[in-house]
Structure formats: structure tokens, C-alpha cells
Design a protein around this ligand. Structure first.
Ligand code: HXC
Length: 291
């Protein structure tokens, strides 16, 4: 298998950190070194962007550098015409144990507010390609928030989700109070945010936070399979579908339905819509050209 390793020396460290990744797909790098994440393309057609958080000693605590690297990797995948979906995962032990508490410990209000601390995390929720979070182990605080910025969450059987910020004398700051409440409803969200109690994978499934639960060792491959399924559809139309679903969180029902209708109409301007319906009538598989 040929690896894309434009700067082999710089990539040596992450390559060594997780050799399993090397045999699973192509290393992917445009523009430099990643210190905290591993990035490659996976799937039979190499059309699934794959980001693995790789700060094992800190349980993938989301330091500033790590989140900046995630943003850069997403930027690369966003403009990569081959990539139709993106998977973000961590390790078996931790998706991410939260924002880096050691990094935050001595921050002042002036630094947080003046520097708009954590604003760049928002990149995860502005990506137009579908993003799947594959969560094994801890997804706490900012880790849970990172997962919730993704479009689909798959969980491993031992996953634990929580917003424990209250135990640190603070509150969620990257969407935890908002996205969790929309996902699981007020009572459970309030309980998690006010007590810091965690929920397990089954509870997360029952409450609607995650869509599927898999054995720990199957989670990542199932997430990549989901990514491949998405990537086999029209990328153009998938972006419209994602935009329409996300509008449900922002707009009134009437406004949302109106936007949906306009986007539905817009699909009729694409070759892919024509190909999809023609293929159905001709009883063959559609071949989308993202056009
Ligand atoms: C920095 C962290 C960390 C974190 C774990 N570590 N979580 N470092 N920030 N969020 C480090 C520990 O300091 C330790 O390193 C190593 O990871 C292993 O952690 P242990 O605590 O020894 O492991 P364990 O006993 O198994 O407990 C696992 C754990 C616990 C339950 C996940 O680590 C924990 O409670 N972590 C904090 C979880 C949390 O409060 N998250 C919310 C953060 S605030 P050393 O070198 O010290 O041994 C947040 C705000 C978001 O996310 C706001 C917007 C983004």
C-alpha cells in the first residue's frame, strides 16, 4: 500500500504512535506536522476522512493545539474532492476527557473573553461534509461537546458521556447546555449538567444522544462503513441534506420547512438528482458525479 507521506520526517512521530493506522489507510498530510492527532483517509475507496485524537497520556484532553490541528485537518478534508464523509475518534479508553484543565487552570476572565477562548472549536460544527463521531471510553465536558458538534454519534459499549464542568466550578462552554438539551431533553440534560453525573452508552442510545452502540473493537470500522455509505451518495446533495437537518435546530417549523422545500427544489438543478431517479427507473445503481 502506498502512503502519502509528503514530509516523512515530520510524520514519523504520529506514524510510530499508532502503527495500526498505517495498514488501515493512507496517511494524509497537507501542510505540515500533526502533533496531537493522526489523520488519514479510510474506506475501500479512500473517501472517508479519518481523524484520531492522539494524546493518550492526557486521555485526549483537548488542548488548544489539538483543537487547532483538528480544524486544519477538517479544512483539508473539506476541500478534498474525494472525501465524502469524515470520522472523528479517540482511543478505546477515551474519546476525550474534556478541555485541558491544566491549560485552563490559571486563565483569567480577561484572557478568556478578550481572546474569545475556544471560539475556534466551532470549526467542527461548520464543516459542510457529514461528520461522524466514534466514541469509545470517556466523552466528558468538551469531549462530549466535540462529539455533539458532529452529525452522527456512534458509541462503543463502554462509552461514558458527561458534562462534569460543575464539579470544576464552571459550566459547559462549547455547546453542552444547548446541544445536550436538544438531544436528550431538559430533565436529563439538567441532571447531567447540574450533578456532573455521567450516562453510559445504552442510556445515551435510549435518550437519543447516539444512534448506534457497537462492541468496542467494532466501533471504528462501523463508523467508517457509515462514512463510506454516505460518501457513495452525491456530495452536493448530502451537503444540502445536512444543511436542511441542521436548520431544524435554528429555525421555526415554518421557516425550516420552507428552507427544506427550496433545497429540495435545488436538487433538481443537479445532474445527480437526474441520475438518481433515472437509475431507479432503469433498475440500476446510481453513479453520482457530485454535480
Ligand atoms: C487535563 C486530564 C484531563 C483533562 C484527564 N487528564 N482528564 N488532563 N485535562 N480534562 C489527565 C490526568 O491529569 C492524568 O494525567 C491522565 O489524564 C489520566 O487521568 P486519571 O485521572 O489518572 O485517569 P482515571 O483515574 O482513569 O480517571 C479518568 C477521568 C478523570 C474520570 C476521565 O481523568 C477525569 O475526571 N478527568 C477530568 C474530566 C473533566 O472534568 N472534564 C471536563 C473538563 S472541563 P497525570 O499526568 O496528571 O497523571 C471542560 C470544559 C469545556 O471540558 C468547556 C468548553 C470546551
Amino acid at each position: 500500500m502506498a502512503f502519502i507521506c509528503r514530509n516523512a520526517a515530520l510524520l514519523l512521530k504520529p506514524c510510530r504512535a499508532a502503527p495500526a493506522l498505517l495498514s488501515a489507510g493512507r496517511l494524509y498530510s497537507s501542510g505540515g506536522q500533526y502533533e496531537y492527532i493522526l489523520v488519514e483517509k479510510r474506506g475501500e475507496k479512500n473517501n472517508v476522512g479519518f481523524i484520531q485524537l492522539n494524546r493518550p497520556k492526557a486521555l485526549n484532553a483537548l488542548c488548544d493545539g489539538l483543537m487547532k490541528e483538528v480544524g486544519r485537518a477538517l479544512d483539508d478534508f473539506e476541500v478534498d474532492a474525494d472525501v465524502g464523509a469524515i470520522v472523528i475518534t479517540g482511543s478505546d479508553r477515551a474519546f476525550a476527557a474534556g478541555a485541558d484543565i491544566k491549560e485552563m487552570q490559571n486563565r483569567t476572565f480577561q484572557e478568556c473573553y478578550g481572546g474569545n477562548f475556544l471560539a475556534h472549536w466551532n470549526r467542527v460544527s461548520t464543516v459542510r461534509k457529514p461528520v461522524i463521531a466514534a466514541v469509545n471510553g470517556f466523552a466528558l465536558g468538551g469531549g462530549c461537546e466535540l462529539a455533539m458538534m458532529c452529525d452522527i454519534i456512534y458509541a462503543g459499549e463502554k462509552a461514558q458521556f458527561g458534562q462534569p464542568e460543575i464539579l470544576l466550578g464552571t459550566i459547559p462552554g462549547a455547546g453542552g447546555t444547548q446541544r445536550l438539551t436538544r438531544a436528550v431533553g431538559k430533565s436529563l440534560a439538567m441532571e447531567m449538567v447540574l450533578t456532573g453525573d455521567r450516562i453510559n452508552a445504552q442510556e445515551a442510545k435510549q435518550s437519543g444522544l447516539v444512534s448506534k452502540v457497537y462492541p468496542v473493537d467494532q466501533l471504528v470500522s462501523e463508523a467508517v462503513k457509515c462514512g463510506e455509505k454516505i460518501a457513495s451518495n452525491s456530495k452536493l446533495v448530502s451537503a444540502m441534506a445536512k444543511e436542511a437537518v441542521n436548520a431544524a435546530f435554528e429555525l421555526t417549523l415554518a421557516e425550516g420547512n420552507r428552507l427544506e422545500k427550496r433545497l429540495f427544489h435545488a436538487t433538481f438543478a443537479t445532474d445527480d438528482r437526474k441520475e438518481g431517479m433515472t437509475a431507479f427507473v432503469e433498475k440500476r445503481k446510481a453513479s453520482f458525479q457530485d454535480n
